[in-house]
Every structure is written in structure tokens, then in C-alpha cells.
Write a protein that binds this ligand. Structure first.
Ligand code: PRX
Length: 654
């Protein structure tokens, strides 16, 4: 960014305070939250030390809370010891051993329930199996599985013995898997013959075999769960079935006390360069933050049924499926398949069937389901839902309102949670019983999270609605520790910009007159149009607010006079217009955006398409859209796209 401010012209003003009943019954009330803010402001370290002792079971207490001697490689609770799996499982046994920990539904409709006691026994058996296969504390284990309980069991089993897992999303290709296996130097891959997704079988073992063909000699064992019964090759001496690996293993396994800073997992995420980064998380700080935010933001109480729809291949599936909710003693739902299989009512049918009370998903899913019409959710009883959440991208007010009205029956608070793989847990979010929400805003930083918005020099931007860099000014327990094998990149990516003083999230944001944060998009998605800075996501939000628009993505392309021009890809509701109809609709939308945001935001080009290029996780591939908008040759690998065929249409060729 230059020294010019980012101009923000989004004008959402509605406010939604929590309902009285919700506020009264919530775990955290206004007074609790006020006390937390005050305590964090008074003594940041003492605040976190207090929570660490209150919320976690330690084998050895810590004497040092924060070690900043190697900053910005911060370390927390450095001489303490605990075991993450013991905190998620054993700590719950006395009070809720027979309580359901996991309700599982397969895509084909098969169901399973595991109590905390059963889950603990399964984790122990598998932990013993890992040890029997030679896995030791510190070894890296890659998990490449469908969204079934065994994926979570494998993660927890690693944690129990101190192995470092790296979950690779089952939708990634063999090549992506190989890159991650090699970068992590993994000794083992845990996979399944296949998983079910959208009525098809995803052959994970076949992809694993392909991945391991080259450069993965350090992998000497592959454990294979039989899930899809689709048949797969087994390599003698290397591959072993899950059922054989656990046969005869004891259902108890003493959790190993591990140093607070022992790496719990690596999780690969893409950065601005092509090579994925292995985000490294430590044990105690991560667990503390995962448990705290599950209680604070999701208000988890004894009878709740919490469904976070994220796959365990993403950070959300780590913090709000595999670890946090269990540490908080919750019942969670796990679903294997696609949101619209066999039809667009699947999510709502699961909510009804399992009595989901807290539902957490991504705006992209909300928009996709919204597009299918209100009559689908209307066929299901969603009255048990009491709290809704969103994560992953800014939610446009139209989708927010739909979520609020149609899914939440106007009674459920919505927590719009801003965070990142790197932050380990939710950083900026409403606290549901306290915060009045505004559609499209993630509201305020949580207690102990010193988030701010700064300009190019690192000076806080105080004027309301002035955009800037979103930064975190004090370390927090679940911050990434480094990028696996590349600490220089860690410092360069997250710290160097402001001389190691602040963690730089890579997002731009603004703060309104009430102190509410509005995420404007990634720094690299911010455009400069005729000297005006514009968040592309704001233009997208305006576009999708039009009744004819289902989805939109806006990128910049170089423009002779204006510096940059706005190029909008639009997925219309109903049939894709062509010829004169397309020109007419483009004109209507241009004027519409002009009306909504001001003439400066009018897209210069609008191209209609049936879909947008997305990664398997549903993120729009903006880099690719920018290349197409510029008319450049596509040289990047498009094999990880959900829908590679869309490219010709976006180019205007089809
Ligand atoms: O740009 C922000 C966006 O997603 C990025 C983090 O992506 P990832 O590490 O994949 O983690 C996603 C799940 C935590 C952020 O830098 N983002 C995430 N949540 C929000 C968001 N943008 C706006 N509003 C959010 N609530």
C-alpha cells in the first residue's frame, strides 16, 4: 500500500443486539466480558497465565508465561507440561464419560455415536498402534482422510504420544499431498481406501500411492482405513489396514506429558507465492485458545450439539471440530459429504435430525444454499438452533440477513468470526450474549487480543472508516510459532513490514465510529482506482446485493488512465445472459454498484459465468481471475480447482 488511505464506502448500518433470553442464559455476560478486557489491559501476561491455569490440566505447572527472548518467535508457558489429548478426553471422563462426544453421519446416511469413553478408548488403541509401528514423539504423520471419526481419532492419537500431525485436505490432489509429505518429512501417512463426496467415491489411497511414488522415501508406513470398500492396492511391507494395526492393542494409553511448546501440528496454507507454508502450532497455547474461544464465542453449554461444517483438513476443522469443542466437553456433529447431496436440504436435514443447537459454516456455503431458495430450509425443523456462526471471508449483508431470517428464525445471534490458520483461533468476533452485531462486521477483538489498524508507517489509523493494515500488537497464546523449516519466511511474511513490532495479518480493514472492525480483504485484493483505494470485496458485496446476482468476484487489471480498472466476474441467478441481454444486465449492474457505493466503484468490465474458479475449500482463485482479466497466459497449476472447465467461459471463449 502507499500512504494513501484505503477508502471505504460500504454503508451497512443495521444493528442486531442479542435477544434477552439468549443474553440471560449465556456463559459470558457483559460484566464478565468487561472484567476480562480490564484484566487483559492491566496485565497481558497475568491475564493469559490465569486462564491457562483455570482452563487446562497441567502435568507440570509453568513458571514463565511468555518468553520473548527470541521475538518474533514468541513462546508461551515455556516450562509447563501437559498433554493435549488428555485435556480433550481424559479430563472429561469423570463428569461426562457417557456423554456423546461425536455424532457422525456418512454421506450415504450411515450413522455412529461415540461417547467420550468410547472415543477415548479408540484414540488409545490407535495411539498404541502408532507406537507399535515405530512412531515416536516429534515424528511427523500426514493424515489424508475423509471426514470420518477416524480422522479425528488419528489426530488425537498423535497428540497423545507427541507425534506431529499434518492433515492434508482429502480434496487435494496427489501432487499437493506429495509436496506436503516431503516438506514435512513425514514418516507415515494415514489414509482411507476412499471417501464419499457428492455421490462419488474419492479414491484417497490411489492418490496416496501416486503421491508417494517420488521423493517420499522417508515414509515407511501407510495405515489405510477401509471406508468406501472401493478396493485398493496394498504395498507389501509398507501398507497396513487400520483394523489390523489396532488389532490386539490395549484401549488405554498413558498420555505423554509434553512441553507446552512441543509442536502439536503443521497445517499447510497457501501464501502469496505458490509454495504452501507449513504453519506450525505449539501445544499448550493453542489448546488454551481453542478451549477458551469455544466457550466464549460458541457459548458451549452441557446440552449443546455443535456442528462446525469445516473439514478437519482446514484450521477451522482443527480448532472447532477436533480440539476445542472436545476440550470444552461438547457434543459435536461430523458429516462426511457434500452440503447439497443428495439435495440442497442435506445440511438442514442434519440439523433437524441431530438437534443441532450451534451451527458454524462459511459464507460461500450460505450463499450457495441461499441461491437454492427459501422453500428448502422451510421443510425442516431448525428451531433447536440458537447460535449461528460464519468464517473464512467477509459475509455480504444480503447473505447475513438471509442466514439470520431463514436459518436463524430471527432469534439467533450470528458470530462473524475473523481469524486465520496462523492465529490458531478466532481473534475478532462478537461475543454472542453481549455484542450487538452489524451484518458484515466481525465487530471487536476478543479480550487479550490487541488488534489494530495501522497505516504504511505503522501508525494507528484513528479516523473512523479509514482503511489500513490489520495488525496484532501483542503476542497471543495460539499464534503460529514459525513456518516449518523456513523461519526466515515466517519473519518476512508476518513481521518485517513493521520492523518485527506487529504481527501483520495480510488483510486490510477499517474501523467504524463504534470501533467495529470491517475486513476489507487481503492486502493484495485492494485496488487503486484513480487514486482511490477500494476493497474488491466491497464491490462484490454490492454486486451480490442485486437480485439478479448469485455470486461475484472482482479483481483489478491495469488501466492506462485510472491506474487500475475493476473487472467483475458475475454468476447470475438463473440463466447466463448472452449478447444484448448480457450487455443490458452489465449496464444495470454497473449503475447499481454506482448507486450502492459511488461511481468510482463501477466495474469497467463485467463478464458473466456459470461459476467461479474455486479451490476445493471454496475460496475463489482471485490470482487466476486477475490473470484472465489481464488477458495473460495461464501458467499456474489449475488442477486443484474444484471446476477447471470454467476457465474457458471466464476467458470469454465459451
Ligand atoms: O482474509 C481473511 C479471511 O480468511 C483469511 C484466513 O484464511 P485461512 O487461513 O484459510 O483461515 C480461514 C478460517 C479461519 C483471513 O486472512 N477471513 C477469515 N475469516 C474472515 C475473513 N474475512 C472476513 N471476515 C471473516 N470473518
Amino acid at each position: 500500500m502507499t500512504d494513501k488511505s484505503i477508502e471505504s464506502i460500504l454503508t451497512e448500518q443495521r444493528q442486531f443486539p442479542p435477544g434477552e433470553d439468549f443474553a440471560k442464559a449465556a456463559r459470558y455476560k457483559q460484566a464478565d466480558l468487561d472484567a476480562m478486557y480490564a484484566s487483559a489491559a492491566q496485565d497481558h501476561e497475568a491475564f493469559w497465565a490465569g486462564l491457562a491455569r483455570e482452563l487446562l490440566d497441567w502435568s507440570t505447572d509453568f513458571t514463565q508465561t511468555l518468553d520473548a527472548s527470541a521475538a518474533p518467535n514468541y513462546r508461551w508457558f515455556t516450562d509447563g507440561e501437559l498433554n493435549v489429548s488428555a485435556n480433550c478426553l481424559d479430563s472429561n471422563l469423570a463428569e461426562r464419560g457417557d456423554k456423546t462426544a461425536i455424532v457422525f453421519e456418512g454421506e450415504g446416511g450411515d450413522r455412529r455415536r461415540l461417547s467420550y469413553r468410547e472415543l477415548t478408548a479408540d484414540v488409545c488403541r490407535f495411539a498404541n498402534a502408532l507406537k507399535a509401528q515405530g512412531i515416536e514423539a516429534g515424528d511427523r504423520v500426514v493424515i489424508y482422510m475423509p471426514m470420518v471419526p477416524e480422522a479425528l481419532i488419528a489426530m488425537q492419537a498423535c497428540a497423545r504420544i507427541g507425534a506431529v500431525h499434518s492433515v492434508v485436505f482429502g480434496g487435494f490432489s496427489a501432487n499437493s499431498l506429495r509436496d506436503r509429505v516431503i516438506d514435512a518429512g513425514a514418516r507415515m501417512v494415514i489414509t482411507a481406501d476412499g471417501g464419499h463426496r457428492g455421490g462419488k467415491i474419492v479414491e484417497l489411497k490411489a492418490a496416496t500411492d501416486k503421491a508417494l511414488e517420488e521423493g517420499c522415501e522417508h515414509v515407511d508406513r501407510v495405515i489405510v482405513l477401509k471406508r468406501a470398500d472401493c478396493g485398493c492396492a496394498m504395498q507389501d511391507g509398507r501398507d497396513i489396514w487400520w483394523s489390523d494395526a489396532i488389532a490386539g492393542q490395549a484401549d488405554s494409553c498413558e498420555p505423554v506429558p509434553l512441553n507446552a511448546e512441543h509442536p502439536l501440528f503443521l497445517l499447510y496454507t497457501s501464501g502469496s507465492t505458490g509454495k504452501p507454508k507449513g504453519i506450525q502450532q505449539a501445544s499448550a497455547g493453542y489448546l488454551l485458545y481453542a478451549k477458551l474461544t469455544n466457550q466464549l464465542i460458541f457459548d458451549i453449554q452441557e446440552d449443546d450439539v455443535f456442528w462446525c461444517t469445516a473439514d478437519v483438513g482446514w484450521i477451522t476443522g482443527h480448532t472447532y471440530v477436533a480440539y476445542g469443542p472436545l476440550a470444552a466437553g461438547a457434543t459435536i456433529v461430523m458429516y462426511e459429504g457434500a452440503p447439497t447431496y443428495p439435495d440442497g436440504g442435506r445440511f438442514w436435514s442434519i440439523c433437524q435430525k441431530h438437534g443441532v443447537t450451534i451451527f458454524y459454516t462459511a459464507p460461500t456455503a450460505i450463499r450457495a444454499l441461499m441461491k437454492l431458495g427459501d422453500d428448502i430450509p422451510a421443510q425442516y425443523d431448525l428451531s433447536k438452533i440458537r447460535l449461528l456462526g460464519t468464517v473464512g471471508e467477509p459475509i455480504n449483508p444480503e447473505a447475513w440477513i438471509w442466514y439470520h431470517e431463514v436459518i436463524g428464525g430471527e432469534r439467533c445471534p450470528i458470530v462473524d468470526t475473523w481469524w486465520q490458520t496462523e492465529t490458531g483461533g478466532i481473534m475478532i468476533s462478537p461475543v454472542p450474549g453481549v455484542t450487538a452485531t452489524k451484518p458484515g462486521s466481525c465487530t471487536r477483538p476478543l479480550p487479550g487480543i490487541d488488534a489494530d489498524i495501522v497505516d504504511e508507517e505503522g501508525t494507528p489509523v484513528d479516523a473512523p472508516d479509514q482503511g489500513g493494515y490489520l495488525v496484532i500488537k501483542k503476542p497471543w497464546p495460539s499464534m503460529l510459532r514459525t513456518i516449518w523449516g523456513d523461519n526466515d519466511r515466517y519473519i518476512e511474511t508476518y513481521w518485517e513490514k513493521f520492523q518485527n513490532r506487529y504481527y501483520v495479518a495480510g488483510d486490510s480493514a477499517r474501523r467504524d465510529a463504534d470501533g467495529y472492525f470491517w475486513i476489507m480483504g487481503r492486502i493484495d485484493d485492494v485496488l487503486n482506482i484513480s487514486g482511490h483505494r477500494l476493497g474488491t470485496m466491497e464491490v462484490e458485496s454490492a454486486l451480490v446485493a442485486h437480485p439478479r446476482v448469485a455470486e461475484a468476484a472482482v479483481v483489478g487489471r491495469p488501466h492506462e488512465i485510472k491506474g487500475e480498472a475493476l473487472f467483475a466476474y458475475v454468476v447470475p441467478k438463473g440463466d447466463r445472459p448472452t449478447g444484448d441481454d448480457a450487455a443490458e444486465l452489465a449496464k444495470v449492474l454497473r449503475n447499481w454498484v454506482g448507486e450502492e457505493l459511488g461511481p468510482i466503484a463501477k466495474p469497467d468490465d463485467i463478464r458473466f459465468a456459470d461459476n467461479l474458479p474455486k479451490t476445493r475449500s471454496g475460496k475463489i482463485m482471485r490470482r487466476l481471475l486477475r490473470i484472465i482479466a489481464r488477458g495473460d497466459e495461464i501458467t499456474q497449476d489449475v488442477s486443484t480447482l474444484e471446476n477447471p472447465a470454467i476457465i474457458d467461459q471466464l476467458r470469454g471463449d465459451a
